[in-house]
Design a protein around this ligand. Structure first.
Ligand code: GLN
Length: 563
């Protein structure tokens, strides 16, 4: 009996210990968008993690879209898929990379997803007959999710980034959620505003007024900033720090200088120069380690700054052009993954963004000769397909290392079927469902969804297992026979053609455990320095402190082939 009692008490104690109440840090944007609020949030999380705290990071996007999967990437940047399959904003990728952890879908919400849950609950009579209202029921649902995320993670700190800029109508309900939480437990909530201090060329002086105005806009929503992170082309001097402190109701040490830096990975180290994590821990009464442990991070940054030799990689995509600008954000995780593997190999990556459409004219293919490796990332639809197929044929024949991701793998298989198997009328069902040889076909489970136009959140999404063939390029890179990778696709290699393709020399070295889905295609190392495509998105699991083995194998092959 006694023993039983004791173990019950221990269990209770353990439970109490587990269910600690986390502290909450909200990050809002002032003045304008595009100043690196996501990187600032990720860096705050890194700084707190380095103080020995368990941190989880969340993102709120103020769109009606239920998730980020239905948005055009040229509008909203890359769609980042979480391990459990939710299609989210690229900031979630930044958090995962900076914290070196997987995050669950409770950590991401949009206005649309919050309204959807509230309406569903109302339909299920979960509000017990009361009138459900925008205020307080929408902010209450936001708060419920934030608290659940904290509990699920067993976090000391839940960090929540609110998308958009203070003063926008669509962010009001999220500010209301912050106000409600801070009113209820003022000691558990801190608000950080990431602001921008311009240095207009005509004046040559850093101006604080826009920040003061943004703080007032925040105050008018009943929310007060505890810390102001000052993004600017240069560091903020003491004089301006004092001015911001005085006019924005914060202590001088709560004004953090955040100048433009060469690399986003320098940001946590820069924040710590101004003692950011100490200030936040003090503010929230968080027990933190006296000495911040950013050693591994520092090593990574040092390494990336000291790389010597160069490796030239071309990324051939279709979403790069937006008016007069090039949008590399669309393939953010791919670019970061190339960087991590390059640094790991002591190489400086020189990444060029090439538009697939330019290669519809075969004369332009010669340009590819100057690159050490070519990568075709994921994509959808017709645009740029002909150019990508030409590129793949060229690099296959020229022995230029090639890495195809998702669509990049499907097109690699299609190119092989067209040019090696000589299946002239071969296509992917995605662009020509009437083609004689549908080498890439729609997944069985997708057929009805497409017919009924149920396109949101219905692709094959998230992590799935695959088995690797012994001795293959993939298996040697992973140093494992079994992998788990994240997916986002509706089409797949048509099994009816898999045998013929393999007989012609392109091996499927990774397959789903039931053998139904071709996950990796490759040419043997004896035939090509590196010609490999994956149905999944390895870039989503590449981390600064843990580079992805396939990217490393690709970059290594690229460097060795061309140098
Ligand atoms: N469009 C292809 C499919 O849906 C590839 C998707 C992707 O590249 N993410 O299967």
């Amino acid at each position: 009996m006694a023993t039983r009692k004791k173990s019950k008490t221990t269990a209770k104690k353990a439970k109490a210990k587990k269910q600690k109440t986390p502290k909450y840090i909200f990050i809002v944007g002032g003045v304008m968008s595009g100043v690196g609020k996501g990187v600032a949030s990720s860096s705050i999380a890194t700084c707190l993690q380095a103080r020995g705290l368990k941190v989880t990071a969340m993102k709120i996007d103020p769109y009606i879209n239920v998730d980020a999967g239905t948005m055009n990437p040229t509008e909203h940047g890359e769609c980042f898929v979480l391990k459990d399959g939710l299609e989210t904003d690229q900031d979630m990728g930044n958090y995962e990379r900076f914290l070196n952890t997987d995050l669950p879908s409770i950590n991401y919400m949009t206005t649309g997803s919050v309204y959807q849950s509230v309406i569903e609950k109302e339909r299920n009579l979960e509000y017990g007959g009361k009138c459900v209202e925008v205020v307080p029921d929408i902010p209450l649902e936001v708060i419920r999710r934030i608290k659940t995320a904290g509990q699920q993670a067993g976090a000391d700190v839940v960090q929540v980034e609110v998308g958009g800029t203070v003063g926008e109508y669509q962010g009001v309900l999220f500010l209301e959620a912050i106000r409600m939480m801070k009113t209820e437990t003022p000691d558990d909530v801190a608000v950080v505003m990431v602001s921008y201090l311009p240095v207009p060329g005509s004046i040559g002086e850093m101006k604080t007024k826009p920040t003061q105005t943004a703080v007032r806009a925040l105050n008018s929503a009943g929310v007060f900033a505890d810390m102001i992170i000052c993004r600017s082309p240069m560091g903020v001097d003491d004089r301006r720090k004092a001015k911001i402190a005085r006019f924005c109701n914060v202590q001088v040490e709560n004004v953090i200088s955040a100048p433009d830096l060469d690399s986003v990975y320098d940001v946590p180290l820069n924040f710590e120069k101004d003692g950011l994590s100490i200030v936040l821990c003090k503010q929230l009464g968080l027990p933190c380690k006296k000495k911040s442990d950013l050693k591994a991070w520092q090593r990574f940054v040092r390494r990336s700054n000291n790389v010597t030799d160069t490796v030239k990689i071309a990324v051939v995509g279709k979403y790069f052009n937006s008016g007069d600008f090039v949008l590399s954000d669309v393939y953010l995780s791919v670019l970061e993954a190339i960087k991590y593997s390059s640094y790991d190999l002591n190489l400086k990556p020189e990444i060029s963004y090439l538009s697939a459409q330019d290669f519809e004219d075969k004369k332009n293919l010669k340009q590819l000769k100057k690159f050490d490796g070519v990568l075709v990332p994921g994509g959808f639809g017709k645009t740029g397909i002909a150019g990508k197929l030409n590129v793949i044929e060229y690099v296959r024949k020229q022995g230029i290392p090639y890495f195809g991701i998702c669509y990049g793998m499907q097109l690699m298989v299609l190119e092989y079927a067209q040019n090696v198997l000589k299946l002239k009328n071969a296509s992917t069902e995605e662009i020509n469902s009437k083609a004689e040889h549908l080498v890439i076909a729609v997944q069985e489970s997708q057929k009805n969804l497409i017919k009924e136009n149920k396109m949101g959140g219905t692709m094959r999404l998230g992590e799935y297992e695959a088995k690797l063939k012994k001795g293959s390029v993939a298996q040697k890179a992973y140093k494992s026979d079994k992998i788990n990778e994240r997916h986002r696709h509706r089409y797949e290699v048509n099994l009816d053609y898999a045998g013929a393709i393999e007989d012609a020399g392109l091996m499927f070295s990774g397959v789903s455990p039931d053998g139904e889905l071709m996950e990796i295609a490759e040419l043997p190392a004896s035939d090509h320095p590196f010609f490999l495509g994956v149905q999944f998105h390895p870039e989503l699991q590449a981390r600064p402190l843990d580079p992805h083995p396939l990217f490393t194998a690709f970059v290594k092959a690229a460097y060795e082939t061309h140098s």
